[in-house]
Design a protein around this ligand. Structure first.
Ligand code: ASP
Length: 363
């Protein structure tokens, strides 16, 4: 028997109709034995994510403001899920407990994590899989940093089960407190679980058919990237492609487990495969994809015979270093050199930096 870990994002769990698609996907392949759900996301553009509503409840409670209206929205969504899916799961006591905890001053991470926690119960009930609390298997140290060793040992708990649902997004610290990853962190949970159970593939189910070769807001109907390497994904993610949380690649990369980005609304589509650098990749062209980010400054320098000068680039970079500024790219020509710096790094110091470069390098 093979092993697939399937992570489903918020839009795949937004309502009962979406969850039915999730059920059909999981049931279609007996290897899909571990499921990592996010919390229900937006049903349409004007809707709210459960996680956002939970943060709102926490903020209100922290300021001593009643949050009945928001709480009702949360309860209504979970209750509608249970009813529309004909489940016997009773979330009532758990919902009441979460509310009491938030009112009693539970921290924001605890509040936010309850979306995944409750969804995990719904999905486990629907599939007949065991519910394994992420607090048991995803571990953080006492400073709130992800604890790889403790998590690896805790993963034995999953290896002992054949089928399990593990809620995404959170884990626990040694004192039992709940700690979340950054937003969108269920992708990371899925990747850690995939490594923990030695999965053959980590399926990340979302609402697009994988990674596109370009931004569809700019380019009309770009093609899907069929296969790319972990490294290429890192480059594209860094430059703005946002399909997968940017930390999610590391656990699977360590274990050489491929990631398959799939669309819950188009399960017939193969999506995108992200594979180790060593795998043979049959590229459909010489460019894998194009991504871009805004808000950078280019400091363009020109000096005759720059290519023969020793230490020119070092002097330019030492000015940046003295200001604690990192750079992104440094393209150069025979008489030219440019440094590409994020505006946020420059933080209004452009004039000073340019004056110092002028002094150091006489460009
Ligand atoms: N529900 C969390 C968020 O909205 C985590 C996730 O969806 O991955 O950020």
């Amino acid at each position: 028997m093979g092993t697939k870990v399937c992570k489903f994002g918020g839009t795949s769990l937004a309502d009962a109709a979406q969850v039915r698609k999730v059920e059909a996907i999981v049931r279609a392949d007996p290897d899909r034995r571990y499921v990592v759900p996010s919390a229900p996301g937006k049903r349409d553009a004007n809707d709210r994510k459960i996680t956002d509503l939970l943060y709102l409840c926490h903020n209100a409670a922290a300021q001593g403001i009643a949050f009945d209206d928001v709480w009702t929205l949360i309860c209504d969504r979970f209750e509608a899920l249970v009813t529309d899916l004909d489940l016997t799961v009773d979330l009532g006591p758990q919902l009441s407990q979460v509310r009491r905890d938030i009112e009693a001053g539970a921290p924001p991470d605890y509040a936010a994590s309850r979306g995944e926690f409750l969804t995990g119960h719904v999905i486990a009930g629907l599939l007949g899989y065991e519910f394994v609390d992420a607090a048991e298997v995803i571990r953080f140290d006492r400073h709130g940093r992800f604890d790889d060793d403790a998590t690896q040992s805790a993963m034995q708990r999953l290896a002992d089960t054949n089928h399990a649902v593990v809620p995404g997004f959170y884990g626990s610290m040694p004192d039992g407190r709940i700690k979340t990853f950054s937003r969108g962190g269920s992708d990371i949970t899925g990747s850690i679980v995939a490594r923990g159970v030695g999965a053959d593939v980590y399926e990340n189910w979302t609402d697009v058919c994988g990674l596109l070769m370009a931004d569809p807001r700019i380019i009309d109907r770009p093609r899907t990237i069929d296969v790319l390497s972990y490294g290429e994904l890192r480059e594209l993610t860094y430059m703005g492609a946002t399909v997968l949380h940017d930390e999610a690649i590391f656990p699977v990369q360590q274990a050489g487990i491929p990631v398959n980005i799939r669309n819950t609304n188009r399960p017939d589509h193969d999506g995108t495969m992200i594979v180790p650098e060593t795998s043979p990749i049959a590229h459909s062209g010489t460019i894998t994809g194009i991504a871009g980010r805004k808000d950078f400054t280019v400091i363009a320098l020109e000096k005759a015979m720059m290519n023969t000068q020793i230490g020119f680039a070092r002097r330019v970079l030492s000015v940046l270093e003295a200001h604690g500024i990192s750079f992104e790219h440094m393209p150069s020509g025979i008489d030219t050199l440019s440094v590409v710096v994020e505006d946020a790094q420059l933080n209004d110091r452009l004039d000073t930096v340019v004056a110092e470069i002028r002094h150091e390098c006489q460009p």
